[in-house]
Design a protein around this ligand. Structure first.
Ligand code: NOJ
Length: 585
């Protein structure tokens, strides 16, 4: 239970600079350096009440299945109080559970059961913005211009004689302007406030020490309860360039922050000297001081608590700045996630990742899917005609071939789970789930869809509740059959029970890979590239395992050796296309 109950607005403990005790384990031995972390999207994992939205007791009831899968930790997307305008990434109270998901007691129970199963639990902190329903914002609206309450957020006067022109030309990641104008309590038009995302998500002013203090208290609230760390939302966006200068992205769309609404994240991992500068709201130097403060708060606690940055910046050398020893522990590797299914590109990004993160003493991380991007069982079969960043829907051209997609996804995961460092999985990928590309317009909920007037489908297609039992209502997601996004009619073969114990199923492939990864200590092994298999094969040795992934069109002769793992059946001593094997070397 918390040592110090936290209430909004109360005076918090001293700033972390004054903290002298540090409990971190010997640097280099922390659990998260090699962990496989499984992302749970609470709305879509398991629903105990039958209202169609997943919840914490539902998650708790299914934790044994995750322990059996062989992961080390779960990361829970936000379950805090929220009007759910952006599926919980719009928080109205950081120190309570939204009734949609349960209660604080449900959370404590989840934590207890997870820890009992040997699973660490990572919460998702959303510090760049709050909900517009948060009391801090409501107080700001009710307070005069220039007041301390207004200074918690990014309020500015409008331009032009009537102040009716937004303070600058920035465009929201979800589409439309990044500014909205408020109405004063007396009914007159007022100032404008900044929101990088939806207008219901006003950006906090992180230059304000009061804001920093509030978050130290929020972190301690959850650390006191026993969480093992935080995934930090939009960790690259919290400080804006002084003066908020206008910014026009290059025509082809350089860096817009990559929450799945923009394909800029396809940018190459390698530094391009001719690349345009970062937008004035991403990757500003001032963010790093914030992470040093958070690092000190975590060091007050026993055990190795983890901070993982969602930092959509490139190149990787810049991402590595977030994980210097006194800042965060890990950062998502989006450059790897969006590398084309081509062997030379993969070899390059893997090398660069290990080098860039290694240069600052951090583990490399690997990820192929999450709740913001097209599931990799579909994405890896996309053609140039269907831009993946904007989501895929009924009218998208160039739909990916599901057979090719799943085959590549299995090969990609088998390759990823052999890499040194830490890996992230997204719920449902262990079942080989594809993107749901047929969601009807009327069921869509992603603000991207609304803010672009349907031009971009957005992220609902990867957020559909996952199937557990093939012949139960809502495939066992709940007992009522309701589901906040409709589930496809043809998902029965993907259900967990249809794959459990079935040789060759995607679920069994994941289980085997995770078990072997642990047995062979691959998370902490050193990768060495192996030559001689040709340009289209990713070939490396790690520990006592030789990994070969054939991305070419022709089969490749396999060396003699015991095959530990194969993403497809191997016959005749040859490695077929889009297949990965682990060989005992
Ligand atoms: C990144 C999250 O992953 C995404 O789902 C959310 O919409 C934005 N940040 C805004 O919080």
């Amino acid at each position: 239970m918390p040592k110090m109950p936290y209430r909004v607005g109360m005076t918090l403990e001293s700033a972390p600079d004054s903290v002298v005790s540090a409990h971190s384990a010997t640097p280099g031995s922390e659990w998260w350096r090699t962990a496989v972390i499984y992302q749970i999207y609470p709305r879509s994992f398991a629903d105990s009440t039958g209202d169609g939205v997943g919840d914490l007791p539902g998650i708790t009831s299914r934790l044994p299945a995750l322990a059996e899968l062989g992961i080390d930790a779960i990361w829970l997307s936000p379950f805090f109080r929220s009007p759910q305008k952006d599926a919980g990434y719009d928080v109205s109270n950081y120190c309570d559970v939204d009734p949609l998901f349960g209660t604080l007691a449900d959370f404590d129970r989840l934590l207890e059961v997870a820890h009992g199963l040997g699973l660490k639990v990572i919460a998702d902190m959303v510090p760049n913005h709050t909900s517009d329903q948060h009391v801090w914002f409501q107080e700001a609206l009710a307070s005069p211009e220039g007041s301390p309450e207004r200074d918690r957020y990014m309020f500015r006067d409008g331009l032009g004689p009537n102040g009716d022109i937004p303070p600058n030309n920035w465009e929201s990641v979800f589409g439309g302007p990044m500014w909205d104008r408020i109405t004063n309590p007396d009914g007159t038009p007022g100032q404008w406030y900044l929101h990088i995302f939806d207008k219901s998500q006003p950006d906090l002013n992180w230059e304000n020490p009061w804001v920093r203090e509030q978050f130290y208290g929020i972190l301690r609230f959850w650390l006191d309860r026993g969480v093992d760390g935080f995934r930090v939302d939009v960790a690259h966006g919290m400080i804006k360039q002084a003066g908020l200068p206008d910014y026009t992205p290059p025509a082809e769309g350089a860096s817009m922050g990559g929450t799945g609404t923009d394909d800029s994240v396809l940018a190459p991992a390698i530094e391009d000297p001719t690349a345009p500068p970062e937008p004035p709201y991403w990757g500003q130097e001032g963010v790093h001081e914030i992470w040093r403060g958070w690092n000190r708060v975590l060091a007050e606690y026993e055990g190795d608590r983890v901070l993982c940055a969602e930092a959509w910046v490139d190149p990787l050398q810049k991402v590595a700045l977030w994980v210097r020893p006194d800042e965060m522990s890990q950062a998502f590797n989006f450059a790897y996630m969006f590398t084309d299914w081509k062997a030379p590109a993969l070899k390059r990004v893997i090398t660069e990742s290990i080098d860039a993160f290694g240069a600052v003493g951090a583990p490399a991380t690997w990820v192929l899917s999450n709740h913001d991007v097209v599931r990799h069982a579909s994405r890896l079969a996309l053609t140039k005609d269907s831009p993946q960043g904007a989501g895929i829907g009924p009218n998208s051209p160039g739909k990916p071939d599901p057979v090719v997609g799943l085959r590549r996804a299995r090969a990609a995961t088998a390759m990823m789970l052999a890499l040194p460092g830490s890996a992230y999985l997204y719920q449902g990928e262990e079942l080989g789930l594809p993107e749901d590309m047929e969601l009807p317009d009327e069921s869509r909920q992603d603000p991207t869809w609304f803010r672009t007037q349907g031009e971009k489908y957005g992220r609902d297609g990867c957020r559909v509740p996952i199937p557990w039992e093939s012949d139960r209502p809502a495939y066992g997601f709940n007992t009522s059959g309701h589901s906040w996004l409709p589930q496809p009619r043809d998902w029965a073969p993907f259900a967990r029970d249809a794959q459990d114990g079935v040789p060759g199923s995607t679920l069994e492939l994941y289980k085997d890979a995770l078990r072997l990864r642990r047995e062979h200590d691959l998370g902490s092994s050193t990768l060495t590239w192996v030559k001689g298999y040709g340009r289209s094969v990713v070939a490396f040795r790690t520990g006592d395992v030789l990994v070969l992934a054939n991305l070419g069109k022709v089969a490749v002769e396999l060396p003699v050796g015991e095959i530990l793992l194969a993403s497809e059946a191997i016959t005749g001593g040859a490695l077929p296309t889009d297949t990965t094997v682990w060989i005992h070397a």
